[in-house]
Design a protein around this ligand. Sequence first.
Ligand code: AHM
Ligand code: MG
Length: 329
Amino acid sequence: MIRFEQTFNSFLLQHQEKHNRTHHFLILLDALISAAKHIQYYYLTGALKGNLGQAGSVNVQGEDVMRMDQIAHEITIHYLKASERVIHAVSEEVEEIVQINPKGGRYFVYFDPLDGSSNVAHGLPVGFLFGIAKRNLNGDEDGHLRAGRDYIAAGMFVIPTGTFTIGLKDAGTWRFHMDETMNFVRPTRMILPEDSKTWELSFNAGNRRTFAEPVHKWISENESKYAFRYLGALAGDFHRILANGGMFMYPAIINHPNPKKNRPEGKLRLMYEANVVAFMCQEAGGTAVNEKAIPILDIQPEKHHQRTALYVGSKGLVEDISGTLRTKA
Ligand code: AHM
Ligand code: MG
């Protein structure tokens, strides 16, 4: 039987018509898709081209930068420039804001071009995460430190499976698969399942004793009710949560035996990691909070590379752990 697919482009044109989006938004999304495909190509051929090793330098977070991270960053900046629609971008790979088209652009793009770098050397899944905000049309610019609630879209590509998920403001979260012609097809609206039978928990279990005592206790009391999955790349782990329900968490680390390894602010980055999944989760009927049970999307960032703890997923579970988080706040 022939199966007829809808492409992302036709989906987007219909979305444009229905939600009064400008063609500028479409051009920007096309640029991000081109970047993701290009990164995926490099990733798939990386082992052969020697791109999966260490580049010998450190990124702004003081971590080793792998060659693929740099390549993915350069590719993304190239396509954002070519789109001419971006004022500036914030990339996990670069400390400074990257000026793209300050006079003519309309959007800010916050992105992590290759998230989950510990998987790179093994050719395992990584993510390309992005959030988009619009320029301020109603007053002074604000340093472009936008809270997640002001994003108009956020998405992620799981590389190298080529699955693309995007949350569109007030228009749902949608998943697309890449077909053999490298087109994104088959839009599926993602709604977190209410039935807890399929719910999963996802967190770095090796860290559990380093979490705040009430969080550790909550895990001990609740973990046996759910399946446990952890890949170590947010895009892959969150991909499962969106489909199956449950909760991904990266709590604050405060009780590490080596105090230098504590991360009281959390590990993940607010603007291009936590906000991206929180935005998609909200559009799919879920929610996300930080260590103080404050909604992630309400946090007003003070700096572009700000970190946060993250609890994201099905409302029932995130609200349950929020009660625990409030008791210690
Ligand atoms: P990265 O930006 O250095 O790749 O780190 C972000 C990644 C996330 O994708 C993932 O959820 C988390 O870090 C995994 O961290 P850990 O290895 O501590 O479990
Ligand atoms: Mg990252």
